[in-house]
Design a protein. Structure first.
Length: 391
């Protein structure tokens, strides 16, 4: 490989949240942090060089967003996912979750029903509850092999019951499903039928494992595209979350204009100087780095499954089709969620994402961030093995 994903980068002293904030969530920083969803890999060298060149100017004033910015994003989507978004309907967001919050506050009313499918990325529920909207949950179905599907019968009943928006996680965090075109069409057609707007979080759409292909919800049919607003970003793909650069592709230009006007009223409509150059460089020249990353991540997932099958059968990791997150069934340990968290932290010295945070169906599960050198994963799992077998 051209890039060294086995390199250990010391992030403990650079204000990295996953290291410094562990004490707030787990009571100690003396853990292997596999919880927050960012990577422990250096980003593509071309991006680092672009940021360095921008920094060398020594002036960090207001930044103008060149048309080439959205052109690069659109071209990337077309090349990678076969979807060419309309640049006229694209808008900047400091992050996907802030963008979602603005969309809900602008285009729904307090008390309106917003539908999500749990277990799912926990800010979905937060952004609904914190804006005074009514959270409606349609649980995903899980089979005996740990494979998740949508419960279309339950989803339709809840969509029919007055839901205004459906927040879709595509691909899915934390269960790692890469929804098929047929699955997306089925759930999308239900939303069309009952007039439910779709807010599709596709932030993990570039992180396809073992050759899986992403389908953009807005590409499934013209009818579904007409009700779908899509959220994308380079942050997960290229480890740029700290630069706060996301894009919202609206289904209506008037909505986009209203959203941009609100951004301007809050004076947060500009990129910072580094997010602008990093995003364009990522999408214009970062693809070869990404392709090697995907091979490494896919191998990490196989390593996790092999390790647990051979040495730690009490943990049952899933087989994610996308993302760098592994959804681990830890119910065989026979612990309640508080005890499980305490055991992982105090006995094994590992901080996982906690299953209950992801809502219905999360109890007894752990989310493992596999976007780190394999030696780190091996150390964490070895510590878990020793802790489990010394009980």
């Amino acid at each position: 490989m051209s890039y060294n994903f086995d390199e250990i980068v010391d992030r403990s002293n650079n204000y990295a949240a996953k290291f410094q904030e562990a004490e707030l969530h787990y009571g100690t920083n003396n853990v292997i942090p596999l919880w927050i969803a960012d990577m422990d890999f250096r980003t593509a060298p071309c991006i680092v060089e672009a940021i360095k060149q921008r920094a060398d100017q020594g002036i960090f004033g207001y930044t103008w967003r060149t048309p080439k910015y959205f052109e690069a994003i659109a071209a990337w989507q077309q090349k990678r996912n076969g979807w060419l978004p309309d640049i006229a309907k694209m808008a900047f967001a400091p992050g996907v979750v802030p963008g979602m919050r603005m969309i809900l506050t602008m285009f729904t009313q307090p008390g309106d029903k917003v539908l999500i499918q749990q277990p799912v990325y926990h800010p979905f529920a937060d952004v609904v509850n914190n804006t005074g909207r009514q959270l409606v949950v349609s649980p995903l179905k899980r089979d005996e092999n740990g494979y998740y599907t949508m419960d279309l019968e339950d989803f339709e009943a809840k969509a029919k019951d007055g839901a205004k928006y459906f927040i879709l996680c595509n691909p899915h965090n934390p269960v790692g499903r890469c929804w098929t075109r047929e699955e997306l069409k089925q759930v999308g057609d239900i939303c069309v039928k009952y007039g439910v707007e779709i807010l599709s979080d596709e932030i993990h759409s570039d992180l396809m494992l073992d050759g899986h292909k992403h389908t953009c919800m807005a590409s499934v049919s013209p009818e579904i595209a007409a009700i779908t607003t899509t959220c994308i970003a380079p942050s997960k793909t290229f480890n740029l979350a700290g630069l706060q650069s996301s894009t919202i592709v609206f289904n209506d230009e008037a909505k986009k204009d209203a959203y941009v006007a609100e951004l301007k009223r809050m004076d947060i409509a500009r990129n910072n100087c580094f997010s602008l150059v990093a995003t364009m460089e990522a999408y214009n020249h970062g693809e070869d780095w990404l392709e090697e990353l995907l091979v490494y991540l896919s191998d990490n997932m196989r390593f996790i499954r092999s390790f647990c099958a051979e040495r730690l059968p009490e943990l049952k990791p899933n087989t994610p089709e996308a993302t760098y997150l592994n959804w681990v069934d830890a119910r065989a340990l026979g612990m309640d969620d508080d005890t499980l968290k305490k055991f992982c932290v105090e006995k094994a010295g590992v901080a996982f994402g906690e299953g209950p945070d992801f809502g219905f169906g999360g109890s007894g599960f752990l989310r493992l961030n596999a976007a780190c050198p394999r030696s780190v994963i091996e150390k964490a799992l070895t510590q878990m093995e020793q802790a489990v077998h010394s009980r």
